[in-house]
Each structure stands twice: as C-alpha cells, then as structure tokens.
Design a protein around this ligand. Structure first.
Ligand code: PLP
Length: 465
C-alpha cells in the first residue's frame, strides 16, 4: 500500500546537539500557541525526520505519530510522488499569481479535480494559503453574497463554543475558544456562539439522539432571538477536532440542515480537519448527511507537505457571485500557488490510487472503533468516540458517578507526557486524549498504537491514585 521513500535525516540535524538546537530555538523562535518562557526553560523536542506514520527526534527516538503532524499528513510521510510534483513544478514555474486575469496549469487542474472529488453542488473553488485564510474568505464571501442579493442586514454568523476555525482575526472570532477571545478583543462584531453538541458534558439525563436534537434546537433559538432576517450563515466542523474530537450524535447535523433550510441561512462546513478522507468519506459533510453552501479546506489537501487552503463554493452562491457580483475585492498572494497546487494534485491522485478513503471506511476506521471501544474497560476511561480515523478517550475520576477530574490536576497533560515518553504522539484537550493518525495506517500499526495507549493509560492511572 505504501510507495514511500525513506528520507535521510537532514544533514543539518547532525551538525548540532539537541541542547544546541534547543538553545537556539529558545533564543529566536516564538512558537504558535506556546508559553514562550515555559518552553524556553523546558526546551523543545527537535523532530528531524519522518517516514510513513513514524517520526524521529534529534536523539534518535522513534515516535508513532498518531496526530498526523497537526491533523494533516493524511497520506503519511515520505511519499515520493508529492516530492517529485513539487520539484518538477519548482523547476517549471515556481510562482505566478492568479490576480490580474492570469492563471497557471496546476491551479486550473486542481480546481477541476476538486470539483470532481467534492459533493456535486461544488463546481468552483477560491484558493487561500491556510485554513484560517479560508475562513476569513468565508466571512467576506457570505456577507458579499447577501449584499448582492439586497439583504445587507444579514450580517450575523452563528458558530459554536469550543469550535476551532483558525487564528486570524475572523478565524479566531468564528472559533469558540475563550482563551483566544480573551487576547485581542475578539470576537469581531456580528459573530455569535451557541453551545456545542457534547453529550458527556451537556446531555445529562438524555439519550445521545435526544440530546442531538436539543443541541440543534439551540441554533433555532438563537436565530429567532436575533431575527432570521439578520442571520447570514451557520458554520461548524462536522466533528470538532481541536475541541477534543467531539463526535456529535447522529441526529444533530440533519436537524441543523433542516433549520438552516427553514430560514434560508447558508450552511458552512469547516472541513479543514474532516476533509480528504479523515471521516471515512471524502468530506465530513457526507458522513454527517449535510449539503453545505460553502466548505473550507486545508491540511489534508496537500497532506501538509506544503501550505494550501481554500473554500469550495456551492452553485447557489457561485451563480450570484459570478453573474451579479462584479469584482470581489479579496485574495492572497498565494491564492492558487502553482507549487502548492501541483503537490495537492499529486496528493489527491495518491488518495484515489491507494483507495485511502475506502481503506478508512471499510477497514481501519471500523477496526479503530472496535479497538477504542475495548478501552472502556479501563478504570480511567469515561467514554471513547471515533469517526473514521479520528478518536477520543475521555479520562475521568469516577465513571460510575460521571465525575471529571479537577482541572488543576491536568490529568490529560500527565497522560500526554507519558505518551511522548513511550514513543507515541497523542494530543490532550483538557482530559480528552485524541488521535488522528495518517490514513495509510494498517491494522497491525493500530495494534501497535493500542499497546502504547494502554501502557500510557496505566501509567496515568498510577499517577492519579
Ligand atoms: N479550521 C479547522 C477546523 C482547523 O482545525 C484549523 C486548524 O487546525 C483551521 C481551521 C485553521 O487552519 P490553519 O491553521 O491552516 O490556518
């Protein structure tokens, strides 16, 4: 199934010791989402090479990357066809823009291919450099659409607490992360948040299906309290990723779609994590049964080998923007970057050739679900959830009493530390331990990962007692 080249450790890696790398890192590099002083004291892990689903650090430790980098390396590391596509395109035409009535073959071909692999309502794409820029584009495009239709009062975009939509001003505003809103005076005006469909926290006394409908009804309540004529769109991730792999009840998304249709509100699916096979279909909206008007993508479109993002624009909106809109005053230097688009083409063709979506849907997705369910016998585990190749394990103090650990114990961080010490990358969101491994993972590699996960749960349990 793999067509990997084994990458040699970059020559520079051996030129300095780990300590020297850490020192230079602390002196000059301000890392994203990081307590700068804390990291400078502790020192970064220096990752020097990767192949398939594994990483190596500067001390030569092998690590199973159960997070696909940052939810992005869908085809796994070391895929020669992506490297070759970038090299060829760099030699042929390393850059040209798509402003001023020019275009390039890779951007055109990618736009064409995206219209084939995305749901049928999508025939047009607007390219960006990242997921955050994609969601900024969503805000501009949604408001422009209603302006053109003579309804400029439709300004409000409804989103969810604990959703994540990026880190630009509009992306962080759409997201519902309180820590991000607290820095920089966010959210920007006309963005409002409803509660998330997180059954374990908010669904006491209800079945999951009942709770799904109740959580969706919060959207209708908010629309009515604002006034439907002022609401432009609803945006959500099919499965909340950075919020902790919160898989909504099956009743949630169909009800959200019904409510959006009832009030004529645009539905935006943020597929930055869920796109390109992650949920076992090409896109998360297909898994959840919705028909969005806009779809943001990034990450898996190039498997993270090079930055690229964008927004798929459904025909309902594209027709208005194209036929009545005139000039759309928005775009980025790297919208349709030819090298990024060439890599995306190679990446999508590889997903098709290796049948990775089918691999997730029919084989490793159900296998992961079964393996994660088996963790419910562990005393620390309150619930497990999976969707395709995303999974969460919730660590709790007392599962019979449905009781969480006090947050100051930082049990998730303790577990994350054990994971890294044992050659496994899992992420902690509060006390939810989450994974999203490369789609090329095999059943044998899932077994290997489960042995490590159980070991880390046991070590965490010993610490928590
Ligand atoms: N939307 C979602 C659902 C994401 O998970 C992310 C990043 O993790 C973003 C948007 C932002 O993407 P980027 O970091 O490429 O700007």
């Amino acid at each position: 199934m793999h067509n990997n080249i084994v990458l040699q450790a970059p020559a520079v890696a051996s030129q300095r010791s780990t300590r020297e790398w850490q020192q230079a890192d602390a002196e000059h590099f301000l890392h994203p989402f990081t307590d700068f002083a804390g990291l400078a004291k502790k020192g970064s892990r220096i990752i020097t090479k990767a192949d398939n689903i594994y990483l190596w650090d500067s001390d030569g430790h092998k690590i199973l990357d159960a997070m696909s980098g940052l939810w992005c390396v869908n085809v796994g590391y070391g895929q020669a066809s992506l490297v070759d596509a970038a090299t060829r395109q760099m030699k042929e035409l390393p850059f040209y823009n798509a402003f001023f009535q020019t275009s390039t073959p890779p951007a055109i071909e990618l736009a064409e291919l995206l219209s084939k692999v995305t749901p049928p309502q999508f025939k047009h794409v607007f390219f960006t450099g990242s997921g955050s820029e994609g969601n900024d584009t969503v805000v501009r495009m949604v408001r422009r659409y209603w302006d053109i239709l003579g309804q400029p009062e439709r300004q409000v975009i409804i989103s969810r607490h604990n959703g994540y939509h990026g880190s630009t001003m509009a992306g962080a505003s759409l997201g519902g992360m309180s820590g991000m809103h607290a820095q920089g005076g966010l959210p920007i005006p006309n963005i409002t948040h409803i509660d998330q469909p997180y059954w374990w926290e908010n669904g006491a006394g209800m079945s999951r299906d009942e709770f799904g409908k109740v959580a969706a009804s919060w959207l209708e309540e908010r629309i009515l309290s604002i006034g439907p004529e002022k609401v432009a769109a609803f945006i959500g991730e099919p499965v909340q990723g950075a919020g902790g792999v919160i898989v909504p009840p099956a009743t949630y998304w169909p009800e959200i779609q019904r409510i959006c249709d009832k009030y004529g509100i645009l539905l935006v699916s943020d597929e930055v994590i869920c796109g390109f096979g992650r949920t076992g279909q090409w896109f998360g909206c297909e898994t959840m049964g919705t028909k969005p008007d806009l779809m943001t993508f990034a990450k898996g479109v190039t498997s993270g080998y090079i930055p690229l993002g964008g927004v798929m624009v459904g025909e309902r909106m594209a027709k208005v923007l194209i036929e009545q809109g005139g000039e759309f005053n928005h775009g980025f230097t790297y919208s349709g970057h030819p090298v990024a688009c060439a890599v995306a083409l190679a990446n999508i063709r590889l997903i098709q050739q290796q049948k990775l979506v089918e691999h997730v849907h029919d084989d490793v997705g159900p296998y992961l679900a079964q393996q994660f369910a088996s963790l419910n016998d562990h005393p620390l585990v309150g619930e497990t959830q999976t969707c395709g190749l995303m999974g969460a394990v919730l660590l709790v103090k007392d599962k019979a009493k449905h009781q969480a650990f006090p947050s100051d114990l930082e049990v998730g961080m303790v577990c994350r530390g054990h994971c890294f010490g044992n050659g496994l990358i899992m992420r902690a969101v509060g006390d939810r331990m989450i994974i999203a491994p490369p789609l090329v993972i095999t059943r044998a590699q899932i077994d290997e990962m489960m042995v490590l996960i159980r070991r880390c749960l046991d070590l965490t349990l010993a610490d928590a007692q």
